[in-house]
Write a protein that binds this ligand. Structure first.
Ligand code: ZN
Length: 276
């Protein structure tokens, strides 16, 4: 992609964003948050009206800035009209950046561990200290409520009106256009997956990984309880609101630690290439 920079230091900063983005995509694949589908994006550091994501390719296979495409937040169309084909669901990213100016990175995942909580009526809730960012419960967005007559019913977020409806689900009942942060940072998508928002690529990757881990823990807790008749009447104990608030703050103090480990994993495993 063409770099929109003004100085050598800007070039270096943007190069680091590219490197973090490519490594973040590899980390998400390594941890099974993304497979051949799903995607990561970041808001351009020098142009808030632009976001960047990869061309239409499996995240584990992208390797250089040449794989990246800049899109307008306004309509999720490529800045370069001759850009390579992009992801169909890029409106998820564009509309979240449009609605929440504080958001700097977005991930959309089809995690099989999370999807059951989008269709079962059982809310996904923060189960342990690493996932306090999930809050008291995670909203579920149903695309059927947003579709217009004639829309394709394949559950994919194909255009801006569907993306805008999803973005609104991060702040249910609120009009947050104009600068506020979302009320929730994760929204489940019925029969499809989830989308997570954050203020940096690293935080977004961390939240996506621990959303999936939390879903695995919650499923294990629910099935463990169901297997023991003596425990059937006992409620699974989720984090309280105070614990949600305090663990969210606490984990942020060591957020650099998993990124450093995960970076070494994808650099050492031999599958991934990052030439940025
Ligand atoms: Zn999807």
């Amino acid at each position: 992609m063409a770099a929109q920079t003004h100085s050598p230091s800007d070039d270096a900063i943007l190069r680091q964003y590219y490197r973090d983005f490519i490594s973040g995509s590899h980390i998400l694949h390594f941890h099974n948050v993304l497979d051949a589908f799903g995607h990561l994006s970041f808001r351009h550091p020098f142009n808030p009206g632009v976001f960047v994501m990869s061309r239409n390719a499996a995240p584990g296979t992208i390797s250089s800035p040449g794989d990246l495409i800049a899109y307008r937040v306004e309509d999720a169309q490529p800045v370069d009209p001759n850009a390579a084909p992009g992801f169909l669901e890029r409106c998820i990213h564009g509309e979240c950046y449009k609605k929440y100016p504080s958001v700097q990175s977005v991930i959309h995942s089809h995690s099989e561990a999370v999807v059951p909580y989008s269709i079962s009526g059982v809310p996904l809730r923060a189960c342990y200290h690493m996932a306090g960012f999930l809050g008291a419960s995670v909203p579920v967005w149903d695309i059927a409520d947003a579709q217009k007559p004639g829309d394709t019913c394949d559950l994919l977020v194909r255009d801006t009106h569907l993306g805008a409806s999803l973005a609104a689900a991060f702040s249910p009942g609120a009009d947050h256009v104009g600068g506020d942060a979302p009320q929730s940072v994760v929204v489940l998508m019925r029969g499809h997956g989830f989308t997570v928002l954050a203020g940096s690529i690293q935080d977004c990757v961390m939240r996506a990984v621990y959303t999936q881990k939390n879903a695995m823990i919650q499923t294990t807790a629910l099935t463990t309880r169901a297997a023991d008749p003596s425990a059937a009447a006992t409620a699974v104990r989720y984090l309280s609101q105070k614990e949600v608030d305090d663990t969210t703050w606490s984990i942020r103090q060591s957020a650099h630690r998993p990124w450093g480990l995960w970076l070494r994993e994808v650099e050492a495993c031999g599958l991934y290439v990052n030439s940025a």
